[in-house]
Design a protein around this ligand. Structure first.
Ligand code: SAH
Ligand code: SF4
Length: 339
């Protein structure tokens, strides 16, 4: 693994284990997040012989961008290739006051939701901490990153330790110094890990991908629901909401004729009220090889009005980057093969 997998403490330990003063490790750590180095040779503060030695030993950065696509709305999607040539995408979403990065936590996804491109071929492997950290660093070069959402490919709670390590690295004041509240972990629902997240990182925002308030529908859409049905998931959410003060988000992808009945709108609002959660309605972004259809704006409005009337606080998520397949759920392992 590259130095992007290090906490500040690990960087200092690395230095002392090599017989260098600890501040050399700190110097290296700080340089990773400032000067945008490509090689150790670019880190001016380090002794020249050390830089040459490190460059000979391996790469400084864990990934290279192999495809970069720009959307008309400013969204930018990058396909990164890692050292074993596995690939994953990350998306930069700029707005007037934020720069949000949507990161992948795994190559592919084991969950296999019926509407999502990431899970179509299962999971290949989990990403390492440096591979996740670098997705942010890569886009930070253009404009300072303010928010990180774990909403790219992969189930972050199936790569739990690494995701937490990533947050710790990015929160380090001598690096990017990002506040815990600027991270959102989105999950398809792993009860014990949800509880653990509440204990370990109560300031991080949790987004739960609900997509249906009843087991019959949810088990069809999100196969994980067969293992952990809604009652079990909600028991974990009860525990979680007792541990944290952050507002929970419920994500709900809108699929024509699949999860948009009137009673489902009301039950969704009921669940949101139970946790004081905010509902994010996400109109389905088309993915080939899925059986689903995007609802019309009339259907979306109708469902949203029913949720609203039943007391659910909601927003309908805009479709950023759809012209480059960078919208939610459209991230896949495209362009496999040599760079
Ligand atoms: N695996 C995690 C995080 C990645 S998916 C999870 O499922 O929460 C991030 C969000 O994108 C989820 O809410 C997911 O349901 C949504 N999504 C997936 N495919 C989509 C699609 N085709 N259209 C709209 N949203 C989608
Ligand atoms: Fe995996 Fe999330 Fe896609 Fe489901 S929606 S397949 S959990 S990435």
């Amino acid at each position: 693994m590259t130095p992007y997998s290090w906490t500040l403490e690990a960087a200092r330990t690395w230095a002392t284990e090599r017989g260098l003063p600890a501040f050399r490790g700190q110097q290296l750590f700080e340089a990773l997040y400032r000067g945008q180095p490509e090689r150790f040779a670019d880190i001016a503060g380090l002794p020249k012989e050390l830089r040459a030695e490190l460059d000979a030993a391996g790469p400084l950065v864990p990934a290279q961008e192999v495809v970069g696509q720009h959307s008309q709305d400013g969204t930018r999607k990058s396909l990164l290739a890692f050292s074993d040539n596995k690939r994953a995408e990350c998306v930069s979403i700029p707005t007037s006051d934020r720069h949000t990065i949507c990161v992948s936590s795994q190559v592919g996804c084991a969950v296999g939701c019926t509407f999502c491109a990431s899970g179509l071929n299962g999971v290949d492997r989990s990403l390492t901490a440096d591979e996740i950290v670098y997705q942010i660093v890569h886009h930070h070069r253009r404009r300072p990153v303010t928010n990180v959402v774990f909403m790219g490919s992969g189930e972050p709670l199936f790569n739990y330790d690494t995701v937490l390590e990533t947050i710790r690295i990015l929160a380090e004041p001598r690096g990017l110094g990002m506040g815990r509240r600027r991270f959102t972990v989105s999950t398809s629902g792993v009860p014990d890990r949800i509880r653990q997240l509440g204990r370990d990182e109560p300031q991080v925002t949790l987004a739960l991908s609900l997509h249906a308030p009843d087991d019959a529908t949810r088990s069809r859409l999100v196969p994980l629901n067969r293992r952990w049905p809604i009652a079990e998931l909600m028991a974990a959410m009860d525990d979680y909401s007792r541990m944290v003060n952050r507002r929970i988000t419920l994500e709900y992808v809108l699929l024509r004729d699949a999860n948009m009945r009137d009673d489902q709108a009301r039950d969704l609002a009921g669940l949101a009220r139970r946790y004081g959660a905010h509902i994010n309605l996400i109109p389905f972004n088309p993915v080939t090889d899925t059986p689903h259809q995007r609802p019309s704006w009339d259907e979306i409005d109708r469902f949203a009005s029913l949720v609203d009337a039943a007391g659910g606080s909601l927003t309908v998520r805009g479709q950023r980057g759809a012209d480059i397949d960078a919208a939610c759920g459209q991230l896949a392992r495209k362009h496999e093969g040599p760079a």
